[in-house]
Design a protein around this ligand. Structure first.
Ligand SMILES: [Zn+2]
Length: 390
């Protein structure tokens, strides 16, 4: 059984074994690259590894206890020698990286190592990556870098060749469901539904399991393909989809935005009812700028998620064409999907998947979302079958 800090990592037995090996823990490589599909837990793996490296237990086999001061502060993101950097913008700026590189030269204050975890290293511009590369090439003795990205292909080859690679797999639905039951106290059937619907994305599964509204929005999105039968319906659905995505993004960031504003007010000695004095307004402007950047990213992520959910619908329809025994991503909508699958051909499902991929490419290329979504939904209209001429 792995030590407590590893318990939140679903279905990654090989990775845990590799990282909790005594040799790895006593003389770790100074640069690591954690890869794995979104939601597989690559950032969590890096944090758990940082915990085992800094844990205060004397016995190596006990490290990663989850309860000592080091383990607790790393989990909370407040350990003095562990910087966890995550971008809430769509990309890291070069100055963000310069600051990190300068921090990397500080000796650890209380821990064994200075550890810098960079989440989403694929969101770094090439110039920013080159600044980082220099730091990784000439590492200070007690500094360890941990980068994470979806796949090795997402970082420059020069970074790849200087880091030790840890690859996380897509966890099994069962592993994700068990984690939701054991860690978050979710009821078993709901945990399974959400684990499947999220396609084993741990964070999304948890969000769905905890928010009935998020589940409802998701169901509305996956039902869209089954309701478009005309061009006007497609245009209307595109509009609905766009709104649902914005609502989802809003729901995922609004609580946090409000909490940040209250805590800023408190730290400046103000209450919700006070008017902010002009000389303090700069603090609020800065907070609002950060929140705007984060909202943009939330919309980007929600759009991406919607595309994955829509692909799941066509994948399910294809599965239903082939066999009735395979589990569906949207198992909870099986009767509805079965009925619809009788009306559309496998070719139509394939061309719809193609249309989703095209839309994703267009969205990444900064085409206005509504336009890309309209084109995609128009492709979802099933062609009426014509009788072959006699
Ligand atoms: Zn510990």
């Amino acid at each position: 059984m792995a030590n407590p800090v590893w318990h939140s990592l679903a279905g990654q037995h090989a990775v845990i074994q590799q990282l909790s090996h005594p040799e790895t823990m006593t003389s770790p490589t100074h640069a690591w690259l954690f890869t794995g599909p979104p939601g597989s837990g690559r950032s969590m793996a890096a944090r758990a590894f940082a915990q085992t490296l800094q844990c205060e237990q004397q016995e190596i086999s006990q490290r990663g206890c989850g309860t000592c001061q080091a383990c607790v502060t790393i989990a909370a993101g407040t350990h003095a020698d562990v910087n966890i950097v995550t971008t809430e913008k769509v990309q890291y700026a070069i100055d963000d990286v310069r600051e990190l590189v300068s921090d990397a030269h500080d000796r650890p204050s209380t821990g064994r190592w200075r550890i810098i975890i960079i989440e989403d290293a694929d969101r770094m511009t090439e110039r920013a990556t080159n600044v980082l590369l220099k730091a990784i090439e000439e590492p200070p003795e007690r500094t360890i870098w941990m980068l994470s990205a979806p796949s090795p292909a997402d970082v420059l080859v020069t970074i790849r060749s200087r880091t030790r690679h840890i690859n996380l797999v897509i966890p099994a639905v069962e592993d994700v469901a068990q984690l939701l039951v054991g860690r978050d106290g979710i009821e078993a059937e709901l945990a399974h539904t959400c684990a499947r619907a999220s396609q084993s994305h741990v964070g999304v599964a948890r969000w769905l399991a905890r928010s009935p509204e998020a589940r409802e929005r998701r169901d509305m999105i996956v039902n869209l393909p089954m309701t478009v039968s005309s061009a006007s319906a497609a245009v209307e659905s595109a509009d609905n989809l766009h709104k649902l995505v914005q609502d989802e993004a809003e729901a995922s960031s609004s609580d946090r935005n409000a909490a940040e504003r209250s805590s800023l007010l408190r730290s400046l000695g103000l209450t919700e009812d006070d008017t902010v004095p002009p000389k303090l307004r700069v603090h609020f402007r800065r907070l609002e700028d950060n929140q705007t950047a984060r909202n943009r990213r939330a919309i980007h992520d929600a759009l991406d998620r919607a595309m994955i959910d829509l692909s799941g619908v066509y994948r399910d329809l294809l599965v239903l064409h082939l066999s009735q025994d395979t589990q569906l991503i949207n198992e909870h909508l099986r009767p509805h999907l079965t009925e619809y699958s009788a009306k559309v051909s496998a070719e139509h499902c394939l061309s719809s998947l193609e249309a989703i991929n095209t839309a994703r490419r267009r969205l990444a290329g900064n085409v206005p979302p509504l336009l890309a979504l309209e084109a995609m939904l128009l492709a979802f209209i099933p062609r009426t079958r014509r009788h072959a001429p006699l």
